[in-house]
Design a protein around this ligand. Structure first.
Ligand SMILES: [Zn+2]
Ligand SMILES: [Zn+2]
Length: 250
């Protein structure tokens, strides 16, 4: 870490989170990363499609897309909607170098994963959907790598040897520098990330594929198919949030 680049504000922020036990958002006293009232204000993805976790108005349904074209993955964990506090935290990490927002996000996801996988088999390996090398160079880091690294730390703390492994070299590589998903129209996004990613090293049979946000799901679907073609038998999707899709809500 280049300490000279850290501003005094950032050092104060890190200090107050580490030593004073303050909520990462509102700075009031909190035992965990977020205080109770901030936690209550989180946009929970309470009603969603049973399979792809697309936010819906009613629960226990399969969305139209999953009925007509079922996704290649069976398990999808997406505890929040991409709005409100969650959107601010993810944008903070991605665009404003607010790296101290990584921990509250991964803590929330790991709590949800512990519940979802209770009594079930955990994936053997954790992979993340990477950014293109030129975007990593521009931003200075890959946010999905940073989030997946912290998530593994927290899961290992609770799961020990059962924790999915995160290899130093992520087996998925982005080879085409496509425009950011959020800046495209739905039609453009659905055209998909064809030939944008490749699998570059051997993978386990049961994979967890992590991304911070799932929008149309076309990137996740593309990467899942690549992983299945490369020898995986099951790919579970782990995302922090799903974007509410106004045109397709039920
Ligand atoms: Zn708070
Ligand atoms: Zn669905």
């Amino acid at each position: 870490m280049d300490w000279k680049k850290l501003s005094t504000t950032k050092i104060t922020e890190v200090y107050s989170r580490l030593f004073l036990n303050l909520c990462y958002i509102c700075h009031t006293k909190a035992k965990t990363t977020l205080c109770q009232s901030c936690k209550q204000g989180l946009p929970s993805n309470h009603t969603h499609c049973l399979q792809c976790k697309r936010p819906t108005y009613v629960s226990n349904i399969l969305c139209g897309q999953c009925q007509s074209t079922p996704p290649a993955y069976q398990v999808c964990v997406a505890p929040y909607r991409f709005e409100g506090i969650i959107k601010n935290l993810i944008h903070g990490v991605k665009f404003n170098q607010r790296n101290h927002y990584i921990r509250p996000l991964t803590t929330l996801l790991s709590e949800h994963l512990m519940e979802s996988y209770s009594g079930k088999h955990w994936p053997e390996q954790l992979l993340y959907v990477p950014s293109h090398p030129s975007r990593i160079k521009e931003r200075g880091f890959c946010q999905t790598k940073a989030l997946a690294t912290q998530l593994t730390r927290e899961l290992r703390h609770q799961l020990g040897d059962k924790c999915p492994s995160l290899t130093k070299k992520n087996p998925i590589k982005k080879i085409k520098n496509t425009q950011a998903q959020h800046s495209l129209s739905r039609k453009e996004r659905l055209k998909g990330p064809k030939n944008s990613y490749v699998i570059t090293s051997p993978i386990a049979k049961h994979i967890a594929l992590f991304d911070d946000v799932m929008t149309t799901g076309s990137t996740i679907e593309h990467c899942t198919k690549l992983l299945l073609a490369a020898g995986a038998e099951q790919v579970d999707i782990w995302v922090i949030a799903r974007t509410p899709d106004k045109e397709h809500q039920i």
